[in-house]
Ligand binder design. Structure first.
Ligand code: ZN
Length: 190
């Protein structure tokens, strides 16, 4: 993780992906659905963002890798896995932490008028909730993609088909998520 110590400028924020029951079955309009944009609140200074998974589980390493791939397919950024935590911008992990949330992300950023600058992030999947509620592997990947979405600067979408919906379990990165990331990183170098 980046170890900047910008005490006065950095704010620490976290986001909890709420433990959720399935919203997927709610009726939605079949056509002419309004476009619900995914919000963004910040970005890293470059489009290449490194991440590190310190755990030993090949299953969860694969989950984080496939979640990163969802974002890499947008073409807006590149998440690159590194072997050492001290070389990583984002640390991703899995833990057993009670039953209140399926995933959580902490981040530190420098407040800026035109989009905050993220300087560190830590995303956690809560294995206890994921296993108790029998999340499939794909659903765990979707939760991991949601948490990475926060770690790279996106906020919650009101669209149930966005990976950034606050109670997401079923949705993958969609077009609005991709467009939000492109907006967030349009002026960054590689
Ligand atoms: Zn969230």
């Amino acid at each position: 993780m980046t170890t900047h110590r910008l005490k006065d400028l950095i704010r620490i924020t976290s986001c909890f992906l709420a433990l959720t029951l399935c919203l997927w079955g709610l009726p939605t309009a079949a056509s002419a659905a309004p476009v619900i944009r995914t919000p963004h609140w910040g970005s890293w200074q470059t489009r290449t963002i490194t991440y590190h998974y310190p755990g030993k589980s090949t299953y969860y390493r694969s989950i984080w890798r496939q979640a990163a791939t969802q974002w890499n397919r947008t073409g807006a950024i590149r998440l690159k896995r590194v072997q050492r935590a001290r070389h990583a911008d984002v640390v991703v992990k899995t833990a057993n932490v009670g039953m209140t949330y399926s995933g959580r992300t902490h981040y530190r950023y420098r407040p800026q008028k035109n989009g905050h600058v993220i300087v560190a992030a830590k995303a956690t999947l809560n294995h206890k909730v994921l296993s108790t509620y029998r999340y499939t592997k794909q659903q765990r990947i979707n939760v991991a993609a949601h948490e990475i979405g926060h770690a790279i600067g996106l906020g919650h979408s009101k669209c149930p088909k966005s990976v950034m919906h606050a109670t997401n379990r079923h949705a993958r990165v969609n077009r609005q998520d991709r467009l939000a990331l492109k907006r967030a990183y349009k002026s960054q170098g590689s």
